[in-house]
Design a protein around this ligand. Structure first.
Ligand SMILES: [Zn+2]
Length: 210
C-alpha cells in the first residue's frame, strides 16, 4: 500500500473489525485502508450529530488550546480562514472577538470555494486533518492558502505511542470518520516537505510558519 501523504511504501500496522490500517515507513503517517472509507453522505450524517457551537463554553475552552498560542503570533486586523469550520462555526467567532477578520470554508457546511482562491495571513484547521481522504492534496491546498510568512494552526490528536495494540484501543481511532493519523514525525515531515517552520505546542496542537 502506498502512503496517502508521501506515496512511499507503507506496511500493515493493525486491523480491527471494520478495516485495516497502514503505517508509512518514511513519513510515519498511519491511515485507514482507502477502500474502507465511509461515503460522503454517511460521513456528513455523523457530522450532523456534532452539537458543538459558539454557546458551548466547553467547546470554546477546547478550541483555546489552539487559539491562545496562535493569537501570540498574530496581530489585530489580520485576515484568517477557518478551513473545515463544521456545523457550528466557533473558532472564527473567537478570533473575530480578538480583532481578526475571518472567513470560513467547509466542504459540507460552508462550501463557497471562492474562499479558497486567495491567500490569508493565517489558516486554522481544527479537528479536520484526521478526516483527510487525500492528505497529500489537502495539506498542499492548506499551505497554498497561506501568504509567505503566514501561520497555519492545526489541531488533531497525534499518535505518540509506538505499538499497534495501543493504537487499536485508542478512542480517537474509534471514530469511523477518522482515517488519517499523524505522529510528531509525520508533522516534521510535512514541515520539511513544504519548507515550513514547525512548533509542536502539545500532542494536539501544531503551529506551522510559512
Ligand atoms: Zn508517508
Amino acid at each position: 500500500m502506498l502512503c496517502t501523504l508521501c506515496s512511499s511504501v507503507s506496511e500493515s500496522f493493525c486491523e480491527d473489525k471494520k478495516r485495516q490500517y497502514f503505517r508509512c515507513t518514511v513519513c510515519d503517517m498511519i491511515f485507514a485502508d482507502p477502500d474502507t472509507l465511509l461515503s460522503q453522505a454517511e460521513e456528513k450524517l455523523i457530522y450532523d450529530y456534532h452539537e458543538n457551537g459558539p454557546d458551548d463554553i466547553g467547546y470554546r475552552k477546547f478550541l483555546n488550546h489552539l487559539a491562545i498560542p496562535l493569537m501570540d503570533k498574530l496581530s489585530p486586523g489580520m485576515e484568517g480562514l477557518d478551513f473545515g469550520s463544521g456545523p457550528g462555526p466557533t473558532l472564527n467567532l473567537m478570533l473575530e472577538e480578538q480583532g481578526m477578520k475571518m472567513s470560513v470554508y467547509d466542504i459540507y457546511y460552508a462550501p463557497d470555494t471562492g474562499q479558497l482562491s486567495r491567500q490569508y495571513d493565517f489558516v486554522t484547521c481544527t479537528e479536520v486533518a484526521e478526516h483527510f481522504r487525500k492528505p497529500d492534496k489537502s495539506w498542499a491546498q492548506l499551505i497554498g492558502l497561506i501568504k509567505p510568512g503566514g501561520w497555519l494552526g492545526v489541531m488533531t490528536c497525534m499518535f505518540t505511542k509506538e505499538t499497534a495494540d495501543v493504537f487499536n484501543l485508542w478512542s480517537y481511532k474509534g471514530d469511523p470518520t477518522h482515517i488519517s493519523f499523524y505522529t510528531p514525525k509525520t508533522m516534521q515531515w510535512i514541515a520539511r516537505q513544504f519548507q515550513l517552520r514547525i512548533e509542536i505546542v502539545s500532542d494536539r496542537v501544531i503551529l506551522f510558519k510559512k
